[in-house]
Design a protein around this ligand. Structure first.
Ligand code: UT7
Length: 348
């Protein structure tokens, strides 16, 4: 234990009203696997993967590299982008924690030198970053924290079945992070409102069957139950419908028209899904931030990596209205809005 015991809410934070994005960072591991490299070991082809998913390559963590390693890199860059060396809380969205127990966030906080701050993981699969943003916004508006580091990081290749061409072709590894600060309504970078949802009746559409308390490792019938499995087509249909619907709902909540959206940032699940969501919302393709070709589906890291892609290329301009939307295992989903602030993105 170091430092003074924190009391909540802190008196100095009680007047804070709005969560405001003030830092962005991203990191992907250096090793790249191309579609042709996958086709050398699986019954697939570059043509199939590009045509059905829009993915050309993905970054893959080397053996021995864990989610916390990626999260620390992205977290450092987001803190630097925000001009900070401290935060009051750290939230890590991940489906691939370093270990089943304990949570990974406290180790990330310690390695970032953030001391004894509140730190916890969020498990909402590909919607995890949206859930983490909403949780951070809640900590801020409740006066519990003044600055929150929100990280989405996954080493999904650790749980993908190396023999499953459908999932191995899609997923890649990476991490993205933002810093939210306590600000005032109307500040550049203000984030919200949020729409979050779930439908546990669809839990079996995306799952790792074994390794939890329901089906223990020792009871798994075969090796494949230890890996991630997905009913691709059923997920595809729901992803399109739900991301479009929750984006419409969040715009209605904010009293904004879809025409005001400068950039739509969907969870990068599949290029065909992204195009279908944009079409349903009548948002032109050139107002969608898309980086799936270069990184594949990076689960909880997907949205902040897409933001970093847009910021690095100067696509995101201060004042732009940005809509974020995600859908994933659980089933879970989430959408929010933010006005883009004047920030530098910290990348690899
Ligand atoms: O991130 C969380 C949310 N996840 C998603 O939103 C993912 C949603 N689903 C998808 O993106 C797509 O469903 C997939 C990319 C997973 C699959 O594409 P699809 O067009 O839905 O293909 P399918 O599952 O209907 O399969 C069609 C055929 C099958 O062969 P048969 O049974 O018709 O002989 C598959 O075995 O394509 C086959 N296939 C492949 N062939 C070559 C599946 N994956 C591959 C592959 N290479 N990588």
């Amino acid at each position: 234990m170091t430092g003074a015991v924190q009391t909540y809410p802190r008196a100095s934070l009680r007047s804070a009203r709005a969560p405001v994005l003030c830092g962005l960072g991203a990191w992907v591991p250096p090793d790249i696997v191309t579609n042709d490299e996958l086709a050398a070991v699986l019954d697939t082809s570059d043509e199939w993967i590009r045509a059905r998913t829009g993915i050309a390559r993905r970054h893959v963590a080397a053996p021995g590299t864990a989610t916390s390693d990626l999260a620390v890199e992205a977290g450092q860059r987001a803190l630097k982008s925000a001009g900070l060396d401290a935060a009051d809380a750290l939230i890590l969205a991940t489906t691939t924690p370093d270990r089943p127990c304990p949570a990974t966030a406290p180790q990330v906080a310690a390695r970032l030198g953030l001391g004894n701050i509140a730190a916890f993981d969020i498990a909402a699969v590909c919607s995890g970053f949206l859930y983490a943003l909403a949780s951070a916004a809640g900590l801020i508006t409740a006066g519990i924290a003044g600055h929150v580091l929100v990280i989405g990081a996954d080493v999904f290749t650790a749980i993908v079945n190396p023999r499953d061409r459908a999932t191995r072709a899609i997923f890649g590894d990476g991490a993205g992070a933002v810093v939210l600060r306590a600000g005032q309504a109307g500040d550049a970078g203000e984030i919200g409102p949020f729409v979050l949802g779930s439908d546990g009746r669809g839990a079996d559409l995306i799952m790792v069957p074994a390794g939890g308390s329901r089906l223990r490792h020792a009871e798994a019938a075969d090796d494949s139950q230890r890996y991630f499995a997905m009913h691709g087509q059923a997920v595809y249909r729901q992803a399109v419908e739900v991301m479009a619907r929750s984006t419409t709902q969040v715009l209605e909540l904010a009293g904004r028209d879809v025409a005001a959206v400068a950039w739509l940032v969907c969870h990068q699940a599949n290029l065909r899904i992204l195009n279908a969501v944009a079409a349903r919302l009548a948002i032109p393709a050139d107002r969608c931030l898309i980086n799936i070709e270069q990184v594949g589906n990076t689960a909880a890291a997907s949205i902040p990596l897409a933001l970093a892609h847009g910021a690095e290329r100067g696509l995101l301009r201060p004042g732009d209205l940005v809509a974020l939307t995600a859908f994933g295992g659980g089933l879970t989903w989430g959408s929010t809005l933010l006005t883009w602030p004047d920030i530098e993105c910290g990348t690899c």
